[in-house]
Structure formats: structure tokens, C-alpha cells
Design a protein around this ligand. Structure first.
Ligand code: GCV
Length: 677
């Protein structure tokens, strides 16, 4: 398996040496380091190690990576040492002409290897006597793939699944791709992957699919990537073996025990289950009058003998809830402390649904006796798909700055079978950032952007500095041109790419329509979640609860999330709500335009292919910012009845035309760049 890499790498070297230029297609991600010109001596200092045994495969990979990519005249010593950092951690020490990588596990040595290569690529060579110690801040660092068994990807904007296809032959065809996938993940510390959509097909648990999972697991295992599966809670009934899926029914319990045994017989290091239950129509224990605890603990008991875990999602909301943001807390807080110790509650970063900006989910502050792991969305369902370049590290940092992700963290993947994996070269930065933050939640967005740019494009300062600035400003800019000041979920009905704040077909459940969230009326706009409204503020601890409740102290970024504010009300900044809103939308447009201007100056520094692919996207993003601004401001103006402030340029579009415009895309197709208004 590893030999393959050598072959690919050597072929690349020969092409380069022959002076043949080949097109950059983004496929190499951040692993574009040149092959070393010299031969490095690798010494494995632990004599008991047999590199051919499965347990020590990471060392064989480490050896090969070091031989291929370390470009200096050093001798590298690898040692598994019980006294060295454990739990995937490692130390790297430079001593004279030797570099020592030590870890308590073979896997830690592989992580140390990738760290060393990263340092070399970004130009941070170790000084003599210098020692680095790294230990991940989260034990579970998982990608969640929303891949369906027919090969489509829910909210995927980069092609089709790399794991599944209708034909079932995908794994054999994709072995090289899966090795590349495993290697890319290992290089940033990701150690697990959920292979299928949380809207899970019961078919995932058929023997045929378990066999396919086994083959995938075998490919990923040497890189330290464990596989997990999303399961449909009604599988025992759906697969026709049992007449119910009631978690307290002995036949159901037995069914799950047998199924878990079948899985572990096939995949001894299988990780466990991810479950979306009683959410958006998915089955769950409540269908049988049982609770989340009944459901999660039953599965946990079945997995426990094998060391498996259950990740139970807290993403729940009912059709008639007066405030969707309140519901997960209401449903789960009463169960704090009641889950088994191999259950982890997987909670989205905010209480609604991966919006461009949300306050932190209240469960992160309050669940004290339950294991909790955040779920981030790497795929940009609500942030411009694979068209807009939005670097998400600053958004995730809003949570990692206040919550320790010790148990783990999950990221909904943006990977598909497109040549550059993510649909856009810039979107790769979010996969990278997720892995790096999962490894070390204390890294800053600046550090992550800096190292990603240098590895993915060039270390030339003339490129690194301006592009880093664009990346670091991109999330805030996107919030400004889409949903500033706490506005949320005003997306179009058929897709989540563009704006339709007016979308409210008769008969559709209210919380699937934007007016439920923005509540614009003649007086003003915003969702009253204060103690006079839905009382969502009370789910937060003090002093946050009082701060959010007080219109004068509520941070502007959350103002319309927590308050219904009058159009002419003066804000603490001195402006009225209406004027401030217009100004912020306008700033968003200017910032998106400046990103495009900056990118156009970057052509001299990188390859023409990736430059052009992103130029088209930055241009589109700037146009879309106008689309968002005009659609939102013109629509809200029908309530405010106020003119744009004098320093705000007039709209480019008119509301009636925008209302008639329907983008013909579905969940599984990226927005067509050239068909937008
Ligand atoms: C997988 C949002 C998305 C759905 C997704 C759901 C979830 O509602 O639009 O596509 O379903 O979140 O996280 O379960």
C-alpha cells in the first residue's frame, strides 16, 4: 500500500526533473512539499518494533514520508517510548545532526513526522537543542460525511461520495484516493471518520455494506483513522428482522447486540455510532414513548464490550416550537448525568443550524455531567457553498475560546470526488483548519491561515500577507453581506445559497421560513428571545443571560438574535437600527469587492490554474454580496419605509426581479456560477 506513494512521488519527481510543466489541479492539497534532494537516514530506536506488523504500520509510513520529504542532512531517530508524550502526542528534539521524534505510540510518531515536515515546508526549521512537545487537546477528531449510499452527498458541493456508489464498486476503484484521503487527514491529526449521512439509510447495516465498510476501514487504518457509522434508529424494524425499534424491547436490544458483534467481527477497531434521532423526520426513541437517554444508552450498552461509543446528536426541533433555539436545551438538560460514559452528546456550535453567525449553543455552558463534543460544519451549506471563499477558523474560534473540546470534535466534511476534493481550492483551508483546531484548539486563526497558505500555495510574502488578510476578514465580511447583527436563516427555500427573506409558502411549517426568524414588521425586526419574549436568554449562565437580555448591553453581533428592535431606535453606536443595517450590509459588499481586487493582484505568484479558478469565484462572491445586500435591504425596506442613508449607494437590483428569480440547484449541486443574477 505504501509503495504506491513512493511510486506516485517518484513519478512526480521524474516529471519535474524532465522540466515538464503539469497543470495544478489542487489535488495535492497542503501536501505539496517537494521531494528531498538528499537521502535522510532513518533510525528506529525501538528494537522490539516490527514495522511490518499492523500495529507499527504508522512507523513504516513515517519512515517513508521522512525519506521522501526531509530535505536536510540529518539523521532522524524514531522511538516508541513509554516515557514520551502519550495519547497521540509526541516530542521532536534537534541535537547536532540528529532529530529525535518520540512518542508513547506508533501513531504519535506519524503525527510527529507530519509536524516536522510541516515545519520544514513553512520555513520553521528547528534550532540545535530545541525541543517541541505536542499533545492534542481533543481525543476524538472526526470528520462526519453526509454521504448517501447512492453516492450523493447531502449539502456536498464537491461532487460525489468517495466511499459509496450505487454500484458498490467504488472502494476498489478508489483505493488510491482513499489512501490519499487517509494521509491528508493524518497529516493534520484527524483520527476518525463517520462514513455516511446522519440521515442514515437502514441499508448501511446490511452485511454487504458492513463488508464494504470493512474494506474502507482496512485502507484507512494504517494512518490511524478509525471508521464510525451513522445509524438509523429504526434499523431493526426497517431491515425486517423485528417488528419494532423500541429501545426497551428485548428483541430490539438483542438485534443491536448481534449487529454490533457482526460489525466488530469484521472491523475489530470500529469506532462506534453517530445517531440523529427524532429530528427532521428521522426515527428515534420518542416514536415509542421512550427518551433520548433510553435510546442512546441501549446502543451504548451494545457497543461497550468492544470499546465503542455513541455520538448522540442534540440537533432537535419540533414543528410547533415557539422558539427553535430553545429546544435542544429543553430536551437534553433534564438528562444531564443520565447518559452512559460511552455516550457523547454531539452539539452544533449554535442553537439553530450552522448559520453564518450564531451565539454559542447554551448546552456548552450548562451540561456538566455529560460528555459533550461540538459539531462544526466544514461544508459551507450556509456560507456560500464552494463558491464563496470564507475561512471558517475565526467562526469556530468563537466557540473554542470558551469551551474545552477535551472529549472530541466533529466537522461535517466538504470532501467529494472533485479533483481538488472540496470544489474550491480555498475551501480546502477549512478542512485543514478543522483538523488543526481539533488537534490544538489554542492555535490562532492567523497561525492556521499562515501555515496553510505557505504549504498550499507559496511562502512568498507578497502572496502570503495579502491572502492571509483576505482569509482572516472573510467570515466577518460574509456575515455582513448575508446576515449581520444576529439576523439568521433568511435563505432561499429550495437551497441555502442565496437570499429569500420573503420565502413563506402557505402551509409550510413556520420554522422552515425566514419570517419566523427575522420577524420584520412595521415597528422593527429581530427575534425577541428576552425574558419578555421566548426567554431563550435564561438558558445562558450569568453574566451572559443578563447581558443578552439588556438591549443596551447585548453585543451588536447578536442584537437581532435576542431582540426585536425598532427601525428608528438609536443603538449604542449612535445610529438608528435602519441606518446601521444599511451601513453594515454595505461594508460587507465593499469587503467582498476588495477581496476580488486583492486576488487579481496575486496572479504573478501562483499557478495559472488555481489563480483563475479562484478569480472566477472571488468575482462571483462580490456580485453575490450585492445580491444579498439588495434583496435583504429592499425587502426590509418594505417594512421600515425608510430611505437608504445618503452615503449608501442605491440598489443594483430591484426587489420584484429578485423575487421572481429562482436558482435551479438542489442539495447536491453546487450553485452554477454563471447563472446567478
Ligand atoms: C443532514 C440542516 C441541513 C440538513 C441536515 C441537518 C442535520 O437542517 O439543512 O441537510 O441533515 O441540518 O444537521 O441533521
Amino acid at each position: 500500500m505504501m509503495k504506491l506513494y513512493k511510486r506516485v512521488a517518484i513519478a512526480t519527481l521524474l516529471v519535474l526533473q524532465a522540466g515538464i510543466l503539469f497543470a495544478e489541479d489542487g489535488h495535492q492539497l497542503w501536501l505539496r512539499m517537494p521531494l528531498a534532494a538528499n537521502i535522510v537516514k532513518i533510525v528506529v530506536d525501538s528494537p522490539q518494533i516490527d514495522e511490518t506488523s499492523p500495529k507499527y504500520q504508522p512507523i513504516a509510513i513515517a519512515r517513508e514520508e521522512l525519506e521522501l520529504y526531509v530535505n536536510s542532512n540529518v539523521e532522524i531517530h524514531l522511538a516508541v517510548d513509554a516515557a514520551a508524550p502519550a495519547d497521540d502526542g509526541f516530542s521532536i528534539t534537534k541535537n547536532g545532526n540528529s532529530i529525535f521524534i518520540k512518542s508513547a505510540s506508533a501513531q504519535g510518531l506519524l503525527y510527529g513526522t507530519y509536524h516536522l515536515i510541516r515545519l520544514q515546508t513553512i520555513g520553521k526549521t528547528l534550532k540545535n537543542g530545541q525541543s517541541i512537545v505536542e499533545k492534542p487537546t481533543s481525543s476524538l477528531r472526526l470528520l462526519n460525511h453526509w454521504d448517501n449510499l447512492n453516492g450523493t452527498i447531502e449539502r456536498g458541493f464537491a461532487g460525489r461520495s468517495i466511499f459509496w456508489s450505487n454500484k458498490g464498486d467504488i472502494i476498489d476503484q478508489n483505493e488510491t484516493l482513499l489512501i490519499e484521503y487517509a494521509r491528508a487527514n493524518a497529516s493534520i491529526g484527524i483520527n476518525g471518520t463517520v462514513l455516511n449521512n446522519v440521515n442514515a439509510s437502514p441499508q448501511m447495516l446490511t452485511s454487504e455494506r458492513i463488508d464494504q465498510t470493512k474494506r474502507i476501514a482496512k485502507i484507512l487504518d494504517p494512518y490511524g483513522i478509525k471508521v464510525y457509522l451513522s445509524v438509523n434508529f429504526a434499523s431493526p424494524r426497517a431491515l425486517g428482522d423485528v417488528s419494532t425499534a423500541d429501545p426497551l424491547d428485548p428483541d430490539v436490544i438483542r438485534w443491536w447486540q448481534n449487529k454490533v458483534k457482526e460489525i466488530y467481527d469484521a472491523i475489530p477497531n470500529f469506532g462506534g455510532f453517530l445517531v440523529k434521532a427524532n429530528s427532521e423526520g428521522e426515527p428515534g426513541p420518542q416514536d415509542f414513548g421512550r427518551t433520548h437517554v433510553d435510546g442512546a444508552n441501549m446502543l451504548a450498552d451494545a457497543l461497550k464490550p468492544y470499546g465503542g461509543i455513541v455520538m448522540w446528536r442534540a440537533f432537535v426541533y419540533a414543528a410547533n416550537s415557539p422558539d427553535r433555539a430553545c429546544q435542544a436545551y429543553e430536551e437534553f438538560m433534564p438528562f444531564d448525568g443520565k447518559f452512559r460514559d460511552n455516550v457523547i452528546l454531539q452539539v452544533k456550535n449554535g442553537p439553530v443550524d450552522f448559520q453564518p453567525r450564531e451565539p454559542i449553543h447554551p448546552l456548552f455552558y450548562s451540561m456538566k455531567h455529560t460528555k459533550v463534543m461540538p459539531e462544526f460544519q466544514i461544508t459551507q451549506e450556509y456560507l456560500g457553498e464552494s463558491v464563496h471563499s470564507v475561512f471558517l477558523a475565526p467562526m469556530w474560534k468563537e466557540l473554542t475560546d470558551v469551551f474545552k473540546m477535551t472529549e472530541g470534535v466533529a466537522g461535517v466534511s466538504n470532501i467529494g470526488d472533485s479533483q481538488n476534493w472540496c470544489g474550491s481550492d480555498m475551501a480546502q483551508a477549512n478542512w485543514y483548519a478543522f483538523g488543526r483546531l481539533a488537534w490544538n484548539q489554542n492555535l490562532t486563526s492567523q497561525e492556521i491561515a499562515d501555515e496553510w497558505i505557505k504549504q498550499t500555495f507559496t511562502t512568498n510574502k507578497k502572496f502570503v500577507d495579502p491572502v492571509k488578510k483576505v482569509m482572516l476578514g472573510s467570515h466577518e465580511a460574509c456575515v455582513k453581506y448575508m446576515m449581520p447583527m444576529g439576523i439568521h436563516h433568511i435563505f432561499a427555500g429550495g437551497h441555502h445559497y442565496g437570499p429569500e427573506p420573503w420565502y413563506a409558502p402557505r402551509g409550510l411549517r413556520a420554522d422552515w421560513t425566514p419570517p419566523y426568524y427575522h420577524k420584520a414588521d412595521e415597528f422593527g425586526m429581530g427575534f425577541d428571545r428576552t425574558t419578555n419574549g421566548s426567554n431563550n436568554v435564561s438558558q445562558y449562565p450569568e453574566p451572559l443571560a443578563s447581558q443578552y437580555n439588556d438591549i443596551r448591553r447585548c453585543p451588536e453581533k447578536y442584537l437581532l438574535w435576542f431582540h426585536h428592535v425598532g427601525w428608528t431606535q438609536k443603538l449604542t453606536c449612535g445610529e438608528t437600527l435602519w441606518n446601521r443595517l444599511c451601513h453594515i450590509y454595505d461594508e460587507g459588499v465593499r469587503e467582498a469587492e476588495s477581496f476580488y481586487t486583492t486576488w487579481q493582484k496575486m496572479a504573478p505568484y501562483i499557478d495559472a490554474e488555481r489563480y483563475e479558478q479562484l478569480r472566477i469565484r472571488y468575482e462571483r462572491q462580490a456580485k453575490d454580496a450585492w445580491w444579498w445586500r439588495d434583496a435583504c435591504l429592499l425587502y426590509f425596506q418594505t417594512f421600515s419605509k425608510l430611505p437608504f442613508p445618503k452615503d449608501c449607494p442605491p440598489a443594483r437590483h430591484d426587489l420584484e426581479t429578485l423575487k421572481k428569480y429562482h436558482l435551479a440547484i438542489d442539495n447536491y449541486t453546487a450553485a452554477p456560477i454563471d447563472q446567478l443574477p
